[in-house]
Write a protein that binds this ligand. Structure first.
Ligand SMILES: [Zn+2]
Length: 280
């Protein structure tokens, strides 16, 4: 068979590292090898959610072709044959969301990347940690914060950011700006903001909150940008319970697929943390 890898390539798998990745359901190992289970005759991607077999029942093979050549069948739960295609579809959907004026519907996105909506929703969430709709809202919120500073009026800013109607924007802004849009435009006048830097596997994350929501959340190592964007606000370090809560949430948040583009991973991670913080 022409698609069976040579023996030398199969020997290159580090079995201990592969077992560790499989035990940890490490998504970044998907596509690097497959795990064949001798007792069931099934092969899986390393991140498969199924129960872990005993190590002596497992074989690590280079790819699905190698597993099929040995008589194994693809797992119906993790669909190991579609790793590369799934990754491309998620990356393509992210590009579509980034380019769209307003958040595209799940049906539109799924159709454009060639998947059924329900299935695509699941695989997007598995790769990024958030749903396509949540990812799109994150982009819109970020654009709104920028537009509020740049546009001549709140109305101009909300349409520029992709909101279809002012009501939705005002409903969002409490949580997404931590204050009313007018207060935001006045540099946070009369607003108390508490900030902390939470360590995360993707770098230090600044999280600044008010009693209404999140005033700023970004991969930043200090509060300088926060102070610049809200010069009239009362800005001070968050109190200890708040700091502990934020650190717990950041620590518990899944890291997006390391093979996605870095800006998309950051957007997704920030949105997942934001949603946990806001209790969404
Ligand atoms: Zn599986």
């Amino acid at each position: 068979m022409t698609d069976t890898p040579p023996a030398a390539a199969r020997d290159a798998i580090d079995e201990d590292a592969a077992w560790a990745a499989f035990a940890a359901r490490d998504r970044s190992s998907d596509g690097r090898f497959v795990v064949a289970v001798k007792t069931t005759g099934i092969y899986c991607r390393p991140s498969c959610a199924a129960r872990r077999p005993r190590r002596e029942h497992v074989r690590f093979l280079d790819n699905p072709q190698a597993a099929r050549a040995e008589g194994f069948r693809a797992c119906l739960r993790c669909l190991p044959d579609t790793v590369a295609r799934d990754r491309q579809a998620v990356a393509a959907a992210i590009a579509l969301i980034e380019a769209a004026d307003a958040p595209p519907s799940l049906e539109t996105l799924a159709a454009q990347v060639g998947y059924a909506p329900h299935h695509f929703h699941r695989l997007f969430k598995r790769a990024t940690g958030v749903t396509p709709a949540a990812y799109a809202r994150a982009r819109r919120s970020a654009r709104a914060a920028q537009a509020l500073a740049a546009e001549p009026s709140i109305t101009a800013a909300l349409y520029e950011a992709g909101y279809a109607a002012p009501s939705r924007f005002y409903a969002d802004s409490d949580q997404r700006l931590g204050m009313a849009p007018g207060q935001w435009r006045r540099g946070g006048e009369g607003v108390s903001v508490g900030w902390t830097i939470a360590p995360s596997p993707m770098g230090p994350l600044l999280v600044a909150t008010t009693d209404r929501g999140i005033a700023r959340i970004a991969f930043e190592e200090d509060e300088q940008a926060l102070v610049r964007s809200l010069p009239a606000a009362d800005i001070r370090p968050a109190d200890e319970p708040r700091r502990d809560q934020i650190t717990r949430i950041v620590t518990a948040t899944d890291i997006p697929d390391p093979q996605l583009a870095e800006p998309a991973r950051r957007t997704a991670f920030i949105e997942a943390v934001s949603r946990a913080l806001l209790g969404a």
